[in-house]
Write a protein that binds this ligand. Structure first.
Ligand code: CP
Length: 310
């Protein structure tokens, strides 16, 4: 594995290796002294053209816990606002010696463009590109479900909401299929993407019909910033048909988990009492995100500088 661009690129063995490595690293992250010397001397660039809280901070924490040097780049306040291109930005950062670039970009395909260019020599990790993919989110979601439910083969995962604009939904559908889980996407017809019939999922417009068999329910944020204002669903109507409230949560099997990648629209796709309930693993997802991203960086960079044996 040279880059991590799509959850669909991972074989079952590769995905399992990342999850198993993350499991070992989670215990490091929970120790009083959290650092490993593994990536000492390596430089990781966080190249964020879109806003982020969880992903950016957890990649930074992951790199630091592996003793890498971290350069954080945010398009806001940079020369991107003067019109500098992705190419020139990447070349500038490469000139400072990047061993890996973690990129979030509003354009679907930007990480792929970077990985197949001469602009950077290092590993490229997709930290979310447009409405396309967010593979490390899917990995941390799978890690969280696996740690609570065991092997995901045969488990039923229901993903609910704004699938149309969700890179999380696509990456989860691909990865969960690879791991043998059954995925049902539940959304209003207007929030399912064209071509969803080619995804390895079932689709439904009826949330209530898919609750009783779910081992996990993942609620998606309604991404108003990617919608034309005239397409905004009314919060009340959306919540009535597709929101997870306490009454719906109580219809889930006792062991079923509630996930959300964040940030949440409390009161729209998820009720505050559900988000803060015992079934919610939303905070755990964030904790696990650091260990999963440590595993990805460790496996991509191999723990040794060029010319050294791993
Ligand atoms: N889940 C997720 O990608 O969150 P951020 O946008 O805060 O990184």
């Amino acid at each position: 594995m040279k880059h991590l661009l799509s959850a669909g690129d991972l074989s079952r063995d590769e995905a399992t290796l990342i999850l198993d490595t993350a499991e070992q690293l989670l215990s490091v992250a929970q120790r009083p002294i959290k650092k490993l010397p593994t990536l000492r001397g390596r430089t990781i660039v966080n190249l964020f053209f879109e806003d982020s809280t969880r992903t950016r901070i957890s990649f930074e924490a992951a790199a630091k816990r592996l003793s890498a040097d971290v350069i954080n780049f945010s398009a806001k306040g940079s020369s991107v606002s003067k019109g500098e291109s992705l190419k020139d930005t990447a070349l500038t950062l490469q000139a400072m010696g990047a061993d890996a670039v973690v990129i979030r970009h509003h354009a679907s395909g930007a990480p792929h463009r970077l990985a197949t260019s001469e602009w950077t020599k290092g590993a490229v990790v997709n930290a979310g590109d447009g409405t396309h993919e967010h593979p490390t989110q899917a990995l941390l979601d799978a890690f969280t479900m696996r740690s609570r439910l065991g092997d995901l083969a045969g488990k039923n995962v229901t993903i609910v909401g704004d699938v149309l604009h969700s890179r999380v939904a696509r990456s989860n559908a691909l990865l969960l299929d690879t791991l043998g889980a059954n995925v049902t996407l539940v959304a209003p017809p207007t929030l399912l993407p064209v071509g969803v019939e080619t995804w390895p999922v079932e689709t439904s417009y009826d949330l209530d019909a898919s609750l009783e068999k779910a081992d996990a329910v993942m609620m998606l944020r309604v991404q108003r910033e990617r919608m034309n204002a005239s397409f905004f669903p009314s919060a009340r109507e959306y919540s009535r048909r597709y929101g997870l409230d306490v009454a719906r949560m109580n219809r889930l099997p006792d062991h079923a988990l509630v996930l959300h990648p964040g940030p949440m629209n409390r009161g729209m796709e998820i009720n505050a009492d559900v988000a803060d309930s015992d079934r919610s693993v939303i905070v755990e997802q964030v904790t696990n995100g650091v260990a999963v991203r440590m595993a990805v960086l460790y496996l991509l960079l191999g723990g040794a500088t060029e010319g050294e044996s791993a």
